[in-house]
Structure formats: C-alpha cells, structure tokens
Design a protein around this ligand. Structure first.
Ligand SMILES: *[C@@H]1O[C@H](CO)[C@@H](O)[C@H](O)[C@H]1NC(C)=O
Ligand SMILES: *[C@@H]1O[C@H](CO)[C@@H](O)[C@H](O)[C@H]1NC(C)=O
Ligand SMILES: *[C@@H]1O[C@H](CO)[C@@H](O)[C@H](O)[C@H]1NC(C)=O
Ligand SMILES: *[C@@H]1O[C@H](CO)[C@@H](O)[C@H](O)[C@H]1NC(C)=O
Ligand SMILES: *[C@@H]1O[C@H](CO)[C@@H](O)[C@H](O)[C@H]1NC(C)=O
Length: 217
C-alpha cells in the first residue's frame, strides 16, 4: 500500500512534469509558429504597402512623364487664286496642321500667329486659334494664311536682282505656347516651334513645302 502510495504521487509528479515539459515544448513550438506567422505577416504587410508605392512610382514615371507634343504640317493648298499678282488681293493658303499629343493629359495652347517671311521681311500671317489636344490624341486644324503679294513685290523691287522671279522662296515661323496639365499637380509649359519653307511658283500658282520642328519643355 505504502509503496503504491509512494509510487502514485511520483508517477503523478512524473506525469505532471512530462505534461509540463510537453506543454513547454508545445508552447515553444507555437511560439516558433507565431514568430513565423509574424514574419510572414510582416512580409505580407510590407509587400501590400509596397505595391501602391511601386504603382505610384511606375505611374509617376510613365503616365506623368511629360512628352513632347508634335506639330506637323500635313498639306498646304491655295484657297484663293489670283488673277494678277500685283493687285490688292492676298494669296490665301489653307494649311492643314496637326498637333499630336502623346501625353496622358491634355495639351492646351493659347492663340498664336504664323508669320510668313520673304527674304527676311514679313509678308503675311496666319492666325491659329487657342485650342486643346486631348490626351493621347491628335488635333487637326485648318489654318488660313494670308500672303500679301504687294509686300513681296516691294521686297523684290528693293533687291532688284531677283525681280520677276518665277518662284518665291517663303518661310514661316510658328510658335505655339501651351501647357500640359496633369491631376492639377503637374503643370508643364511647352513651346513648340515649327519652321517651314515654301516655294511658290508664280505662273502655276502651286506651292511646295517642307518643315522643321523644335519643342522646348
Ligand atoms: C491672341 O488673341 C488676343 C485677343 O484676340 C490678341 O490680342 C492677341 O494678339 C492674340 N495673340 C496672338 C499671338 O495672336
Ligand atoms: C491680307 O492679309 C493681311 C494679313 O497678312 C490682312 O491684314 C489684310 O486685311 C488682308 N487683305 C485682304 C484684302 O484680305
Ligand atoms: C480642313 O479643310 C478640308 C478641306 O476644306 C476639309 O476637308 C477638312 O475637313 C477640314 N478639317 C478640319 C479639321 O476642319
Ligand atoms: C512653275 O510652273 C510652270 C508651269 O507649270 C512650270 O513650267 C515651271 O517649270 C515651274 N517652275 C519651277 C521652278 O518649278
Ligand atoms: C526657326 O526660325 C527661327 C528664326 O527664323 C530660328 O531662330 C530658329 O532657330 C528656327 N528653328 C528651327 C527648329 O529651325
């Protein structure tokens, strides 16, 4: 009996101890598991927090990066022909221009003038109304340009060497000032300069052109 009595508490104690050890081991294991979970959670949270940051950076560098709008002259035609070159009448050109906006925001520009030169002297002009090229769109405009033949003839008279020349070498200078505005935060001024040279054949009243462009952001 006594032996038994002694054994039982021991066994119980042993049982208790092993229970305690088991518990300790288990709690250590769960601690480890918790730590792992914690690390995983931290990793997940970091990734979740990083996603918008990365998205923002990517958006900021691609979408919000302001690119050069491109201006081009598609065609030039003579809208009104002249009976005689020395009259008061203007030579009216119909110029088809396009403004290509590669940005994810609209490009707004103010009204501008195109000045036509003959031998460095202004002999005509065209008015470009204020406008807007929508985001990633191309705006096409018809611009009328008036050339005053009397002014060309006056220049020719001053420089008698090229009097009554069969063709006129004209050049035009167009400067468009605008703004690319994005999310009300980013505003960028853009200046587009388009220089063109024209050759006007007086007898056939035909016109040929070529242009060079420069953009300043
Ligand atoms: C723009 O339009 C205004 C008002 O019509 C005018 O005063 C101004 O001279 C124009 N600017 C250009 C560059 O044509
Ligand atoms: C000819 O063009 C000029 C602008 O270059 C303009 O001031 C003038 O009124 C025009 N004349 C006619 C008859 O259209
Ligand atoms: C420009 O003029 C041409 C010929 O008159 C016409 O066919 C075209 O639709 C016009 N374009 C714009 C944008 O007004
Ligand atoms: C101008 O046009 C006339 C008539 O079409 C042509 O005979 C002449 O060769 C042209 N001149 C130039 C410089 O192209
Ligand atoms: C356009 O012409 C102006 C003056 O006529 C000149 O200062 C400028 O450098 C030219 N730009 C280009 C791109 O040819």
């Amino acid at each position: 009996m006594a032996d038994n009595d002694q054994v039982k508490p021991l066994a119980a104690a042993h049982h208790l101890r092993s229970d305690y050890e088991d518990h300790e081991a288990m709690s250590a294991q769960s601690d480890l598991r918790r730590k792992k979970l914690y690390i995983q959670c931290c990793g997940c949270l970091t990734v979740l927090l990083l996603i918008p940051v990365v998205v923002f950076i990517v958006l900021f560098t691609t979408v919000c990066h302001v690119k050069n709008p491109g201006m081009r002259m598609n065609s030039v035609s003579i809208q009104r022909q002249l009976e005689v070159v020395d009259g008061d009448q203007n030579i009216t050109l119909l110029v088809d221009v396009q403004m290509k906006n590669p940005n994810y925001a609209s490009f707004k520009f103010i009204n501008a003038t195109s000045v036509v030169y003959y031998d460095g002297v202004a002999v005509g002009e065209g008015r470009i109304p204020a406008g807007m090229a929508k985001a990633r769109r191309t705006l096409r405009m018809n611009v009328t340009v008036d050339i005053v033949p009397a002014k060309v003839l006056m220049v020719q008279k001053l420089r008698s060497d090229n009097m009554n020349s069969e063709t006129w070498s004209l050049s035009s200078y167009t400067r468009i000032i605008g703004k690319v505005k994005m999310l009300k935060i980013i505003k960028k001024n853009v200046v587009v300069v388009l220089n063109c040279s024209f050759t006007y054949n007086v007898s056939s009243q035909a016109i040929q052109d070529s242009c060079t462009q420069r953009v300043k952001l």
